[in-house]
Write a protein that binds this ligand. Structure first.
Ligand code: PDD
Length: 310
């Protein structure tokens, strides 16, 4: 019998006009009333995965790519995939959450978290048949356009994460510590360094422009395969900007012509200072801004496309 004590989820984003709704294990309820048992393995072990979708005017961006990354993570962790990993169910949940939270106009994000469920604390998996916990909610999103116009600052920080950074787990303590270190130095991101090479940021992929070429860490176990990263690289190819998916060294940062973040909540964000030293001209670079404009156009076009008849 799970304990009656519960945990409540709070967002730090400004409240929407109407009360924000949550979805928890098949039920819709005000987010302030959504609670989970303290024996949830997400709470006890960080034993779960999550996804964040960008939403424009009620339409999810890149639904399938995020869903397949979620399914991949569940498979790697051997958590049974719940219904929400099916596109039709996700669409229904998202539609209701957005509509009833007053978020069908303008920008928002959809957060989905799945944990291995509720069970007495033992490190090994709980008995077969333990139902995963499924939680989803939505938040108003304001794109950071003023920061983009000026360009943002970053710091470097050691990448102390485990060796499966390709799985989007809810275990984010190294990311939290790195982002906090950045925030304490007035920066928006920590560029993480492993074995002298740039891997990614605490919550976004890191891309450099070096000698006219785009450089970013290859897809392997050391970075999250970012959806924004993938789209930006596709756009670069259509713009005939050379792309090399090869890690660059910490020592190369000072030589970069441009640097930017790619992520669902960053879009394409120019980084103009790293550890208080300017990158290139110290202003948002031309390749970065071409890629941002291409990305924004793609985001708007795909979220306004008329859905195909069922
Ligand atoms: N973060 N790398 C890390 C470590 C991330 O956490 C994220 C996303 C990305 C970019 O992935 P995508 O382009 O698919 O969003 C890269 C989300 C937004 C978050 O934790 O809030």
């Amino acid at each position: 019998m799970p304990s009656a004590a519960t945990i409540t989820f709070h967002s730090n984003s400004p409240p929407a006009a109407s009360a924000v709704l949550a979805y928890l294990n098949g039920q819709y309820l005000p987010r302030s009333a959504a609670t989970i048992p303290v024996e949830d393995r997400g709470f006890i072990f960080g034993d779960g995965v999550y996804e964040v979708w960008r939403v424009v005017n009620g339409r999810l961006f890149e639904t399938d790519r995020h869903l397949s990354r979620l399914a991949f993570g569940l498979g790697e962790l051997r958590i049974a995939a719940p219904d929400i990993v099916r596109r039709q169910v996700l669409d229904e949940v998202a539609e209701r959450l957005l509509a009833e939270s007053g978020l069908t106009v303008g920008e928002a994000t959809l957060y989905v978290e799945i944990t291995r469920g509720v069970a007495p604390r033992t490190h090994q998996f709980p008995p077969a048949g333990t139902a995963p916990t499924v939680f989803a909610t939505v938040n108003r999103f304001v794109p950071p356009n003023d920061v983009r116009a000026r360009g943002a600052s970053a710091i470097t920080a050691p990448d102390v994460r485990w060796l499966r950074c390709d799985i989007k787990t809810i275990q984010l303590l190294p990311n939290v510590m790195a982002k906090q270190a950045a925030a304490e130095r007035g920066a928006i991101e920590a560029i993480m360094i492993r074995d002298g090479m740039v891997t990614e940021g605490s919550h976004a992929n890191v891309v450099g422009v070096l000698n006219g070429e785009i450089r970013t860490h290859p897809l392997d176990n050391l970075i999250l395969p970012g959806i924004t990263r993938a789209i930006v690289l596709e756009i670069a190819q259509t713009l005939s900007i050379p792309v090399r998916e090869e890690a660059f060294a910490e020592g190369d940062i000072a030589r970069l012509d441009e640097c930017f973040l790619a992520g669902t909540t960053s879009d394409v964000m120019p980084i103009v200072r790293v550890n208080d030293r300017p990158i290139g001209s110290g202003t948002p670079g031309p390749i970065t801004m071409r890629l941002f404009n291409g990305f924004r156009a793609h985001l708007d076009a795909s979220c306004s496309a008329v859905p195909a008849p069922a």
